[in-house]
Design a protein around this ligand. Structure first.
Ligand code: PLP
Length: 487
C-alpha cells in the first residue's frame, strides 16, 4: 500500500468505524459464534499473492465483527468496562503511524517526555501526593500494559529491595501477601516468579476488606515460621465486589515492617479518585501516606483505550535498581549522564508503545471536569440500578454497592427455608439463563461461598434507558428462574 492507497483505505476505514458505532446499539452485546467458527472461514495459510485491501476490510466486517463481544455496547455490564473514546482511537492511529518503541529517551524523546508530563497530569487529576510526580525526580509514574504487569514490576522491585537488605534470605522463604479478594494477578505473579503467596481471608461482615489486625496476625505467624513476607498487595475496589482494604490500618502495621513493599492495586476504582467526594472512602490520604506503589487502569473506567495501566512509585530508584540491564548497545549519552528517564528500566520488557498520546488526547479533550462527569455518571447509573433493585422481591444485594458496581443474587420467597447450597444452585441456574441472552452481558462471582451476580456500569454509552431495560430483563429472568426452580 502506498501513501495515496493508505489515504483512501484510511478514509474508508474511518467511515466503516463510524457506521459500526451508529449501529452498535442494535447489534447483540454477546457474539453468537461457536468455538472454532473462524477456522472454516479463513484459509489455513497466508495468501501467496497480496490481495486488494478493500477485500480485507470487507472480510473484517463479514468475519471478524460478528465474533466480537461488544464491550462498548451500552448494555455491556460484565467484568469492568473498557475505555473506548474516539480520542483514544485516534491516538492509537497516530502512535501506530510513527511506530516508536521509545525504550530510551533518545529512542524517541517525545515518547518519554510526553509520558513524564502526562503521568504527572494523571497524578494531579487523582490527587496523588507530589512525591509520586515525575517532576519530584525521586518518585514517578510510568505506563504499564496492564495492572498485572504493574504488580509484576512491583514484586520484582520489592524482591530485589528485600534481597539487597537481607542477602542471606532463601528464595523459597519469600512470600507475597494478598487477600482472598485480591485479583488473580497476585497468584499469577507468584507463579511467574516462582514465589510463595499467602491469601489472607477477609470477612463478609467487614465487607470483604482486609483489616490491620488480620495482617498483623498473619505477619506474626509467618515470621515465627521463618517466612519472609516482602510485599503486601492491597486492593482499592476489588474485582468481585468493589471492596476496599483498610489502607490506613494496613499502612500502620506495615510501618513496623519497613522491608515490606506496599503496593495498592486500584485497577478499576482508582480513576474515581478524580472526584474529590470519593477520595476519603477510597483512602486517598492513606495511599499518599503509606503506599510504595499505586496502580490504576485508565483503560478500564478511565476513558483511555486498552492498554493503559498507570503505575506510580514513591522512589523510582527501587525500579531501576531491580530492572536496569544496560549492555553497550543500549547505552546513551543522556542515560549515562542521568539527564533523562529511560523507561525501559521501569518495566519488564524493552520496547514499549507510545501510550501517553492516548491519555494526552483524552485529558485535553475531556478536561478534568469532563473526566469527573464521566465517573459521576457511571456512579449515578449504578445508583439507579440499586434503587430499582431495592423494590424487587426476587433480587437482593449481597453486599453494599461500590461506586459503579452492584453485586446481588436471586432469592426465592421465604429464603430462610433453603440452604446456602440450594440458593447458590438457583443463582447458577439464573446465570446460565442470562448467559444464553445476547442483549445483555453480566458476570458471576463467589463471595465467601455465596454465588452472586455482578452488574458493572461505566461504559460511556450507557444511559438511563439501558439501565432500566437491563434491570427489567434481570428481574423478569430472575422471577422466571425462581418459578422453574420451585417446581
Ligand atoms: N485488579 C483489579 C482490582 C481488577 O478488577 C482487574 C481486572 O478486572 C485487574 C487487577 C486486572 O487488570 P489487568 O487486566 O490490567 O491486568
Amino acid at each position: 500500500m502506498d501513501v495515496e492507497q493508505f489515504r483512501k483505505a484510511g478514509y474508508a476505514a474511518i467511515d466503516r468505524i463510524c457506521d459500526y458505532f451508529y449501529s452498535l446499539e442494535k447489534l447483540p452485546v454477546v457474539s453468537k459464534v461457536e468455538p472454532g467458527y473462524l477456522k472454516g472461514l479463513i484459509p489455513a495459510q497466508a495468501p501467496e499473492e497480496g490481495e486488494d485491501f478493500s477485500k480485507v476490510q470487507d472480510d473484517y466486517e463479514k468475519l471478524i465483527l460478528p465474533g466480537l463481544t461488544r464491550w462498548q455496547h451500552p448494555s455491556f455490564f460484565a467484568y469492568f468496562p473498557t475505555g473506548c473514546t474516539f480520542e483514544g482511537i485516534l491516538a492509537d492511529l497516530y502512535s501506530s503511524s510513527v511506530a516508536n518503541p521509545g525504550f530510551n529517551w533518545s529512542a524517541s524523546p517525545a515518547c518519554t517526555e510526553l509520558e513524564v508530563i502526562t503521568m504527572d497530569w494523571a497524578a494531579k487529576l487523582l490527587g496523588l501526593s507530589p512525591e509520586f510526580y515525575n517532576s519530584s525526580e525521586v518518585g514517578g509514574g510510568v505506563v504499564q500494559t496492564s495492572a498485572s504487569d504493574s504488580v509484576l514490576v512491583a514484586v520484582v522491585a520489592a524482591r530485589s529491595r528485600y534481597l539487597t537488605a537481607h542477602p542471606e534470605t532463601k528464595i523459597e522463604d519469600l512470600v507475597i501477601y494478598s487477600t482472598t479478594q485480591t485479583h488473580s494477578l497476585a497468584k499469577k505473579a507468584a507463579v511467574v516468579l516462582g514465589l510463595g503467596i499467602r491469601s489472607i481471608a477477609v470477612k463478609t461482615e467487614e465487607k470483604f476488606s482486609l483489616r490491620g489486625g488480620e495482617l498483623r496476625a498473619a505477619l506474626e505467624e509467618d515470621t515465627k515460621l521463618g517466612k519472609k513476607p516482602f510485599i503486601m498487595i492491597a486492593t482499592v475496589g476489588s474485582t468481585s465486589s468493589g471492596a476496599v482494604d483498610n489502607i490506613g490500618e494496613l499502612g500502620e502495621v506495615l510501618k513496623e515492617h519497613p522491608d515490606v513493599w506496599y503496593h495498592i492495586d486500584a485497577a478499576w476504582a482508582g480513576v474515581a479518585l478524580a472526584c474529590p467526594e470519593y477520595r476519603e472512602s477510597l483512602y486517598l490520604p492513606e495511599i499518599n501516606e503509606y503506599a510504595t506503589s499505586f496502580c490504576t487502569n485508565f483503560h478500564k473506567w478511565g476513558l483511555v483505550n486498552f492498554d493503559f495501566s498507570a503505575m506510580w512509585v514513591r522512589d523510582r530508584k527501587l525500579l531501576t535498581a531491580a530492572l536496569d540491564v544496560t549492555p553497550l548497545y543500549l547505552r546513551t549519552k543522556q542515560g549515562d549522564e542521568g539527564t533523562a528517564i529511560d523507561y525501559r528500566n521501569w518495566h519488564l520488557g524493552l520496547g514499549r508503545k507510545f501510550r501517553s498520546l492516548k491519555l494526552w488526547f483524552v485529558l485535553r479533550s475531556y478536561g478534568v471536569s469532563g473526566f469527573q462527569n464521566h465517573i459521576r455518571k457511571g456512579i449515578e447509573m449504578n445508583n439507579l440500578f440499586v434503587n430499582l433493585l431495592s423494590e424487587s422481591k426476587t433480587l437482593e444485594l449481597v453486599t453494599e454497592p461500590s461506586l459503579a458496581l452492584t453485586v446481588f443474587r436471586v432469592v426465592p420467597p421465604s429464603a430462610e427455608k433453603y440452604t446456602l447450597e440450594e440458593i447458590n444452585g438457583l443463582n447458577s441456574q439464573f446465570f446460565k439463563t442470562m448467559s444464553v441472552r445476547d442483549d445483555i452481558m453480566i458476570t458471576q462471582t463467589n463471595l465467601n461461598g455465596v454465588i452472586c451476580i455482578r452488574f458493572a456500569v461505566g461504559s460511556a454509552r450507557t444511559e438511563e434507558v439501558h439501565i432500566r431495560q437491563g434491570y427489567g430483563v434481570i428481574e423478569r429472568e430472575g422471577a422466571a428462574t425462581v418459578d422453574t426452580w420451585l417446581r
